[in-house]
Write a protein that binds this ligand. Structure first.
Ligand SMILES: NC(=O)c1ccc[n+]([C@@H]2O[C@H](COP(=O)([O-])OP(=O)(O)OC[C@H]3O[C@@H](n4cnc5c(N)ncnc54)[C@H](O)[C@@H]3O)[C@@H](O)[C@H]2O)c1
Length: 349
């Protein structure tokens, strides 16, 4: 069992991963500035993991990855048994494509500068095991499917550009300095929630992604779902994405860390998806079937920055980590709905 730092551990993917790691016996330090999350998420993670109120197995530090002092505090926080941080999972960052087009410098600052400061702090603390959250949007608009890791990258907006820049920075780092064990994971579209309904996605403001939008329409918080384009070159004309259950994604992080610690070298870049893309209409229909709710919708024009299809080949993750997404679309819909139903105002409710 290891003592680990999770940056952005209060967020959507981070909170589910924190739970999986605590249940696996690890102890954690979470560093989060709560700019897109709530401390309540971590309180519920502790509750789901069966930790005592004041358990030192989950230490929470409110701070920013762009602050060397906050990073030193987080990396210097020892485990209950005195162990030092042995590895880092780096989720903290900004992730909204449209916002990144409006505020590119902010994205370069948080995503790239923040990541650079994190690895510099890791150097200071002698910790060289890192898992980094990258994104399938680095592939741009590929023409062959499913997308494998050898497919050319073509990041088309500042969000994807900052993620690819960090991948490159990490590659240069491990080339220049021995001892680094790095995993770069390119996620496709994580959705759903923990089946308990206690933790889930908590978008502040209008959701950017399809799933939280659907669940908010189903609960009556929003009048209708806007579907961006029905003239894409796909069978039903709506965009296709590779949705995967957030618990499958969380489990992949546990496996990636185990792999790095066991092999003491870096992983190849890995896609994390199911390999099966679903159109917007297929998802809406599956949601209606799984929940018995009707989703009013309207078709509007394409959204700037969107692409027709993203569908990842998960074969390398399977052969390297032994990981495969095991939860199906019905579970994604059901668990996402359980969370939304129990927490109509997210963690603020
Ligand atoms: N959700 C997705 O669809 C998706 C897909 C691909 C990649 N990713 C990447 O995975 C990571 C996690 O995504 P998520 O969906 O959980 O996002 P999220 O916004 O829910 O979580 C990110 C967390 O980082 C924190 N944070 C932001 N800036 C920070 C800073 N400067 N210092 C400290 N903490 C900060 C936020 O408060 C939040 O808790 C992100 O890096 C994102 O780019 C997400």
């Amino acid at each position: 069992m290891a003592h680990l730092l999770i940056t952005g551990g209060a967020g959507f993917i981070g909170s589910h991963t924190a739970l999986v790691l605590l249940q696996g016996g690890h102890s954690l330090v979470v560093l989060d500035n709560f700019s897109n999350s709530s401390p309540e998420a971590l309180r519920r993670v502790a509750e789901l993991a069966g930790l005592d109120h004041d358990s030192a197995r989950l230490q929470v530090i409110a701070g920013d990855i762009r602050s060397p002092a906050d990073l030193d505090r987080a990396l210097g926080a020892a485990a209950p048994g005195g162990e030092r941080v042995a590895g880092v999972i780096h989720f903290a960052g900004l992730k909204a494509v449209g916002e990144s087009v409006q505020q590119p410098l902010r994205y370069w600052d948080v995503n790239v500068n923040g990541s650079r400061l994190l690895v510099e702090a890791m150097q200071r603390h002698g910790c060289r095991t890192l898992v980094f959250s990258s994104t399938s949007t680095v592939y741009g608009e590929p023409q062959r499917f499913p997308i494998s890791e050898t497919c050319a990258t073509d990041p088309r907006h500042p969000y994807a550009q900052t993620k690819l820049a960090v991948e490159w920075m990490l590659q240069a780092l491990e080339t220049s300095e021995t001892g680094w064990c790095i995993g770069r994971l390119r996620y496709f579209n994580p959705v759903g929630a923990h089946p308990s309904g206690r933790i889930g996605e908590n978008p502040l403001g209008v959701p950017n992604n399809l799933f939280p939008f659907i669940t908010q329409v189903a609960s009556g918080q929003r009048p209708l779902l806007r579907i961006f384009g029905d003239d894409w070159p796909t069978p039903d004309g709506t965009g296709i994405r590779d949705y995967l259950h957030v618990m499958d994604l969380a489990e992949a992080h546990g496996l990636a860390l185990d792999w790095l610690m066991q092999h003491q070298r870096s992983l190849p870049v890995l896609n994390l998806g199911t390999g099966r893309g679903l159109s917007v209409l297929e998802v809406v229909q599956a949601f209606e079937t799984a929940t018995g709710r009707t989703i009013p919708r309207e078709l509007v024009g394409r959204r700037h920055g969107d692409v027709a299809r993203l569908e990842g080949c998960p074969r390398l993750a399977a052969s390297t980590l032994g990981w495969r997404a095991s939860r199906n679309l019905e579970q994604m819909c059901r668990d996402g709905w359980t969370w939304q139903n129990a927490n109509p105002r997210g963690y603020g409710g």
